[in-house]
Design a protein around this ligand. Structure first.
Ligand SMILES: Cc1ncc(COP(=O)(O)O)c(C=O)c1O
Length: 353
């Protein structure tokens, strides 16, 4: 790459999940807290993942082409292998997308409030990210009509969205994105597997849509770092050229093939999680907490001062996502866990009412 190091420095995006350094400063360790802040399937990966990991040869380089996994993804989504790129989590693929699609100075729309890495990826590519922010009074529904009218060359969208859990129906997206074939849409479907039924842009095979998926979340492979992108073969090929060699290790590749093959485990655990999410949000709503209706198991709760509230819950060994970094300083995001853990959370919320 000819750009050199970006200047001035680009702030890190804020993320959920346990931060060991923060916990240590509070005299806590990861084992002392129950993490409701990261939307990783608490029921864990398919049992076949553990078997696959046992068969990995550690003193051999990973397959650079991720052939078996690429074939598995292509087969599952009914696309050609040229349309698939496997990466080190959705995160790597989002960065590769930005570096491949955007030129310095390009305008890129980010449909907010949303995941912080899109803005960061745009800045790394020296493009100009512009947030098109949906309002709470509109229940965070993005104004798609103004996207089509914008001169931006790229659009970043999370569907269903993080942190709101709201889904934009596929047909609405298909309609708008087809009006502007010159605009590339980067559709982050990291949480699609959590929906009651898929509403993916993959099957459209549109020439200006790149879909990014993660195996971190519903497939519960957070520690291994693996995801994939599906899009037009030219764009996928260009992203592949920017990718560091061996960025997806052998354990991640083997585990991902096993996880994707076990659709029964995925469906059963996601169904349980959706039920738990529904039970938790209903209980909280009955207790008087304002909840944002969601299409995912995770949901937002309005608590007043989210930062202070998170700190208080952390003192009780409960970690939630303070949504301040999304520009939502009075909301926390809750990702359901196993039933008993959720009961503990609900009891803590009752105490804080
Ligand atoms: C919307 C969204 N996309 C992508 C990611 C990153 O996924 P991965 O772990 O596959 O890099 C996250 C992680 O929180 C996310 O919330």
């Amino acid at each position: 790459m000819s750009r050199g190091l970006p200047s001035p420095s680009i702030p890190f995006a804020v993320h959920g999940a346990v931060d060991e350094i923060e916990l240590r400063s509070l005299g806590l360790s990861a084992d002392d807290v129950t993490d409701f802040s990261a939307s990783v399937n608490p029921f864990g990966p398919s049992p076949s993942v553990h078997e696959a990991l046992r068969n990995v040869t550690l003193n051999r380089y990973p397959d650079r082409h991720c052939e078996a996994l690429t074939r598995k993804v292509a087969e599952q989504h009914g696309v050609a292998i040229e349309n698939v790129l496997v990466g080190n989590g959705a995160s790597e693929l989002l960065w590769l997308a930005a570096l491949t699609i955007l030129r310095p100075g390009d305008r890129a729309l980010v449909l907010g409030p949303t995941y912080g890495e899109y803005v960061r990826a745009c800045r790394i590519a020296e493009a100009e990210p512009v947030e098109l922010r949906a309002s709470e009074s509109d229940r965070f529904r993005p104004d798609l009509a103004s996207v089509a009218e914008d001169r931006a060359s790229a659009v970043f969208l999370c569907n269903p969205n993080n942190p709101t859990g709201r889904l934009i129906p596929r047909d609405a997206l298909a309609d708008i994105s087809s009006q502007r074939p010159d605009q590339t849409w980067i559709v982050d479907e990291a949480y699609q597997d959590y929906l009651a039924s898929e509403s993916s842009m993959i099957c459209l095979e549109a020439p200006n849509i790149l879909v990014v998926r993660s195996l971190t979340k519903a497939h519960a492979l957070a520690a291994l770092r693996v995801g994939y992108a599906i899009g037009p073969s030219g764009l996928i090929g260009a992203m592949r050229e920017h990718q560091p060699p061996w960025s997806v290790n052998s354990m991640a590749q083997a585990a991902a093939v096993a996880a994707l093959s076990d659709t029964a485990h995925l469906r059963a655990t996601v169904d349980r999680l959706r039920r738990e999410g529904g039970r938790m949000s209903d209980t909280l709503a009955t207790g008087g907490w304002p909840i944002l209706a969601t299409d995912t198991p995770y949901f937002l709760v309005r608590v007043g001062d989210a930062t202070g509230f998170r700190r208080e819950l952390l003192g009780k060994g409960i970690l939630v996502r303070d949504a301040t970094s999304f520009g939502l300083p009075s909301w926390i995001r809750i990702s359901p866990r196993r039933p008993k853990e959720n009961d503990r959370f609900l009891a803590a919320m009752d105490d804080l009412r």
